[in-house]
Write a protein that binds this ligand. Structure first.
Ligand code: GLA
Length: 653
């Protein structure tokens, strides 16, 4: 269990306020039921005012004030925003873009992940903090850096080039092995030694695809290495658990690898109150966080009480939206509700970002809502530390994400959207979903969905086949198992060994295209219809498929694939579906129903309201009605009403 759960609080930046405000902060924190404050996230310039000159007096004072009233401290290592003096004295810490632009000082996160100088200074700062607060009873957790990779996830500097070469040398051993893996016989790209290899900086045409993928992997690892450096320092001087705040489905970092290096996962997410699908995106992020931690509780480290400041137009959160997405986090495994930030700033770029204490102070809608949420969360203490059961898994993979976003592809496919389309269909069926790492053991799941897993390893192929052999229904979609992990076409042709699993062979891709270049086309992709038992609208993609050992459930109606299979089902040990297009709307719902029926997975509740979210955690059934309409919900033989925008929390066995 995460110490001091449930956490209720947020980022607290006392250095932005005169000391007379601090006592008011403490008073209001107690009023709101705050249990934990995240302190020090952007404090480097206040902790080390000049090279080697440290000032901990103010931090000592605020930690003591918090501790005196029983509020725990999630202590940040303050390394996310180096002070101006450091960049001035050592410009080599600054990151460089692919176009060769050096990013300057004056905002935040202006450091190169591969800068030895940045690393040396960051390490010294963390050592000082750990020496001082490593055994402080107020410190409930350590929070390394902040949102690694948020603004700068890849650096193309000369120093990064050196680090990239070292990473490649470690991976490939010899330049011959690299040439082979990267397929450098193409376009005269052969390298004579590692010294010739560069990051994929701005270049005339398509970069080598494997170079790009390896640079993505390296860049995720370079930041992870910084986190690990901090972890080592903390571990040597403190027993408190260590986390760092993730950012949901964040493309630059392979969170499967990162999650292995934290004591508990934590996440920041800001659903857009103006976008009705954002509660489903939020649910997806919560389920991902739980899955990253192997099912263990995680922490919602940042959310907003109302508006953010970084969208074009920043809608406020209604009372109901704030309550429902908060309860959603707890229902999906969070052991608390933390916010950015405690007191809304009155200076700087985030002064229009909501806080727990708004500019208007305590006599406001937002502060009253915060107080109510703190009380409601305290009432859910029994749920803390408990897990959430899911019988459905979606396989999620950063290599495939990175490969699909490369320009040289059959079509520009949005991996995040494709994964979300499947998540959404299952969410609307009131079914709980886990995410699974390719190659991970899938036993325990009754349904395994594999959307556009373009890159596969033998282990990934085997895990899905084994799950099917053990009785799980599987559904694989188009553009899966096309490439191996060096981006060569898979052995045996598209789908590799899944040709037998699925009973299909894929001959040729036929994405639907607008007459113009895809990127200049209207939003979305052209739609078509598919016909048969599962008929309806599909978008974006068709392909020539041969059903060698599978029943055809729908066929394409247009283009070179017309008349050929669009959806197939092989009935082996358990059903194995192949879906050769992107189903839309009702068709997606019908496919989800068919898959769930095959898998024997029953929804948690029965209701006609798709926006009624249902999740079970710790013996409680959370029913969250995100709709504008009241919902009638059947739970077993009991029927109840959940009013529009309301929640019901029932005890279940
Ligand atoms: C991120 C950061 C915070 C703050 C918020 C604003 O989550 O971690 O410091 O900038 O965004 O939404």
């Amino acid at each position: 269990m995460i110490p001091r759960a449930p956490w209720f609080g947020g980022d607290y930046n006392p250095e932005q306020w005169p000391r007379e405000v601090w006592d008011d902060d403490i008073r209001l924190m107690q009023k709101a039921g705050v249990t934990v404050a995240t302190v020090g996230v952007f404090s480097w310039a206040h902790l080390e005012t000049a090279d080697g000159e440290f000032d901990f007096e103010w931090l000592d004072a605020i930690i003591e004030k918090l501790h005196a009233v029983g509020i725990g401290v999630d202590l940040a290592t303050a390394t996310a925003s180096p002070p101006p003096w450091l960049a001035l004295a050592h410009p080599d810490i600054l990151p460089v873009t692919a176009d060769g632009v050096t990013l300057g000082v004056g905002s935040r996160q202006h450091y190169s992940p591969s800068s030895a100088t940045y690393r040396r200074y960051a390490k010294r700062l963390v050592e000082k903090l750990v020496a001082r607060y490593g055994h402080h009873p107020a410190v409930v957790a350590w929070h390394t850096n902040n949102e690694y990779g948020c603004h700068v996830s890849r650096c193309y500097s000369d120093e990064s080039a050196v680090a990239f070469r070292a990473w490649l040398q470690e991976k490939y051993g010899t330049i011959a092995a690299l040439n082979d893996a990267w397929g450098t016989a193409f376009w005269s790209q052969r390298y004579g030694s590692f010294d010739e290899v560069l990051p994929p900086r701005a270049m005339p045409s398509f970069p080598n695809p494997t170079q790009l993928l390896d640079f993505d992997r390296f860049s995720s690892d370079a930041l992870l290495d910084l986190h690990r450096m901090e972890v080592e320092v903390i571990r040597a001087g403190s027993n408190a658990p260590i986390t760092t705040n993730f950012m949901g489905l964040f493309e630059p970092l392979d969170y499967w690898k990162w999650a292995e290096q934290v004591d508990f996962v934590s996440d920041d997410f800001y659903p857009d109150p103006a976008d009705e699908s954002s509660v489903i995106v939020a649910a997806m992020h919560r389920d991902l966080m739980r899955s990253l931690g192997g099912g263990k509780p995680w922490m919602l480290m940042e959310q907003a009480t109302s508006a953010v400041n970084w969208r074009t137009r920043n809608a406020p959160k209604s009372d109901s939206q704030y309550r429902l997405v908060s309860l959603q986090s707890v229902a999906r495994g969070s052991d608390g509700l933390m916010h950015f930030q405690w007191r809304q700033s009155n200076r700087g770029a985030e002064k229009f970002h909501s806080g727990m204490v708004p500019h208007g102070g305590e006599n406001t809608r937002v502060f009253r809502r915060v107080e109510a949420m703190g009380a409601e969360l305290a009432g859910l203490a029994d749920v803390m530390g408990t897990e959430v059961e899911a019988k459905v898994a979606i396989v999620l993979d950063w290599d495939s994400w990175w490969a699909l976003r490369q320009a040289a592809n059959p079509a520009q496919l949005d991996y995040r959207r494709t994964v979300f389309a499947w998540y959404r269909a299952l969410w609307e069926k009131h079914v709980t979903v886990d995410f699974a790492r390719p190659g991970a053991d899938l036993s325990g799941y009754d349904l395994v969905v594999v959307p556009t897993l373009q890159v596969v390893t033998d282990a990934a192929l085997a895990a899905v086949a084994e799950a099917n052999a053990a009785g799980a229904t599987v559904a694989v979609t188009y553009q899966s198992a096309i490439l191996n992990d060096t981006l060569g076409v898979v052995d045996g042709g598209y789908l590799g060994s899944w040709q037998d699993l699925l009973g299909v062979r894929v001959e040729e891709f036929a994405p639907y295209a607008f007459p113009d270049q895809f990127e200049n086309a209207p939003a979305g992709a052209p739609t078509t219809t598919i016909a048969g038992e599962l008929s309806g609208t599909a978008s974006g993609w068709s392909e020539i498929v041969h059903a060698t050992d599978a029943e055809v459930k729908a066929t394409f109606t247009e283009g070179i694939a017309a008349g050929g299979p669009a959806i197939t089902r092989r009935s082996g040990e358990a059903p194995a579906w192949y879906i050769a297009t992107q189903p839309e709307g009702e068709l997606m719902g019908a496919i989800a129903d068919a898959l769930l029926a095959d898998a024997g997975v029953t929804p948690l509740v029965a209701t006609d309201e798709p926006r009624l979210e249902a999740v079970v955690r710790g013996g409680k059934l959370f029913l969250l009605n995100h709709s504008d309409e009241d919902a009638t919900v059947s739970v077993g033989s009991t029927e109840l009403q959940v009013a529009a925008g309301e929640a019901a929390i029932l005890s279940v066995d």
